[in-house]
Design a protein around this ligand. Structure first.
Ligand SMILES: [Zn+2]
Length: 166
């Protein structure tokens, strides 16, 4: 579950989506907020208890293709990426500008992890989370917004919310 999600008009403004009941639409937003980054809801029973969506609206989402049952306690949102713009974000990581930004950050830090000092480190980490800045070129490609980290420290940076300079 994320604290923050983006929604694009692509799915939620489609006729098919808008033709569903407002309760099913509302349940969909709740489920998108509460899913993991791949659109999986892995504690379905708990989630449905919290949002208290009636069975008929869950069925409505399923019959319209916005929700899939994987097992008793696991459900999937097949259009999650399109709904939240994740596809766009992935594309942004493969641009020329992104590669240039990465190289410059690593070069500036001499491939040394800026948290633990490990040499030959090659992860360019965004201080302002990539997911929060990928659509703002002034931030996402700002060398000052990057820092070289090793694999281990990068994990730590993303795990405990322990970001360097936020
Ligand atoms: Zn390190």
């Amino acid at each position: 579950m994320a604290n923050k999600r983006m929604f694009t008009m692509k799915i939620v403004d489609s006729d098919q989506f808008l033709n569903m009941s407002i309760e099913a639409q509302c349940a969909y937003f709740q489920l998108c907020m509460r899913s993991d980054d791949d659109g999986y809801l892995r504690s379905w029973k708990r989630t449905i208890r919290i949002i208290d969506a009636k069975e008929e609206f869950v069925s409505e989402l399923i019959s319209n293709g916005y929700l899939e049952k994987k097992s008793e306690n696991v459900y999937k949102l097949p259009l999650f990426k399109e709904t939240t713009g994740y596809g766009e974000r992935d594309k942004q990581r493969h641009t020329k500008e992104y590669k240039k930004w990465r190289k410059e950050v690593l070069k500036r830090d001499n491939y040394i992890c800026q948290m633990c000092g490990k040499p030959n480190s090659n992860i360019a980490h965004h201080k302002v989370r990539f997911r929060d800045c990928y659509d703002d070129k002034n931030i996402v490609y700002d060398i000052g917004n990057g820092v070289c980290l090793c694999k281990r420290c990068h994990k730590i940076a993303h795990g405990g919310g322990n970001y360097i300079n936020g």
